[in-house]
Design a protein around this ligand. Structure first.
Ligand code: PMM
Length: 297
């Protein structure tokens, strides 16, 4: 359960230090620009700054580890040095080790420990928070693996397997945050099903549940296709920010610990609105919002 200081859903602001991330690739590729952007996101109300040096957009190729480190290390050092709570989006134990040394307190592993067999051991020997995201393989072959009979059940079962393996490797479940991995080996229909049942996703059948939940809907292509124009063209990345705020509100209502976003100010307003409603004792859930009367966690 979130502590008193974290009753409000937190906001994670994204700084992609990459030339090719899907919505902001290239914008913050130089260290000085990335540091300035992270500082701005913190000033706008981001509780956590998530620094990434490897694009995970569908079809992306991998970046060598030394290049990933060259991109993220100066940014992590500078932002942590300013007192920011820094997360690093990496699948590599070698990168995680260096950024923890540089002051990162969260490792955001979109592969949930599957990409690097050294990752669990490294995390077990540290005291950082560890994000375990649902993942079925590298970005080069993302959609081939988007096959589900029951997406919520399968994502939960696969996440539970990763969390159990992490605990087996010595990681305290209290340090684990889970993430359904919107858009990763998931088509729009899968993302919507997971979003409608977020409360259930938190309650994995393993010791430590319910886990803190991170959700990353920001500007993703399922929003682009939902909001496509009459010509069928997906809505532009920047034109997806209002829909992102809507999903931030829904995730906060469903009890998410944190939402990962590119644009902070409007999302910061949304999480404050939900926190204020919760002070009234409102136990808002997606199911109640949709009018079914069931509670979802
Ligand atoms: N999505 C992206 C990258 N990292 N991390 C977590 N935990 N959850 C996500 O949904 C997630 C992530 C892809 O988005 P980007 O390229 O805009 O950063």
């Amino acid at each position: 359960m979130p502590g008193a200081a974290e009753e409000r859903c937190l906001l994670m602001g994204v700084v992609n230090v990459t030339p090719d991330s899907f919505s902001d690739g290239g914008s913050w590729f130089e260290p000085a620009a990335a540091i300035a952007h992270g500082t701005e996101l913190a000033e706008q109300g981001a509780d956590i700054i998530d620094v990434g040096g490897e694009s995970t957009r569908p079809g992306a190729d991998r970046v060598p580890a030394d290049e990933e480190l060259r991109r993220v290390l100066p940014v992590v050092s500078a932002l942590a040095g300013q007192g920011a709570r820094v997360s690093v989006d990496t699948m590599r134990a070698q990168v995680a080790s260096a950024v923890i040394e540089a002051g990162a307190s969260i490792i955001n592993d979109v592969s949930g420990g599957l990409a690097d067999p050294e990752m669990f051991g490294l995390i077990a020997g540290s005291d950082v928070t560890y994000v375990v995201m649902h993942w079925r393989g590298h970005s080069a072959d993302m959609y081939g693996k988007a096959q589900y009979a029951d997406v919520v059940g399968e994502v939960k079962a696969e996440l539970a397997g990763r969390v159990a393996a992490a605990a087996e490797a010595g990681i305290d479940p209290a340090r684990i945050v889970i993430d359904p991995g919107l858009g990763f080996a998931k088509r729009p229909v899968h993302n919507w099903a997971l979003l409608a049942r977020l409360g259930e996703v938190r309650c994995l059948p393993v010791p430590g549940a319910p886990f803190r939940l991170l959700v990353g809907p920001s500007r993703k292509s399922f929003l682009g296709s939902l909001l496509a124009g009459q010509d069928g063209q997906p809505r532009s990345f920047a034109g997806r920010d209002d829909a992102t705020v809507a999903l931030t509100t829904i995730a906060a209502m469903a009890g998410a610990w944190c939402v990962r976003v590119h644009a902070v100010p409007n999302n910061a307003d949304a999480v404050r609105v939900v926190a204020r409603l919760r002070q009234e004792g409102a136990r808002l859930t997606v199911d109640q919002l949709l009018g079914s009367g069931r509670t979802s966690d």
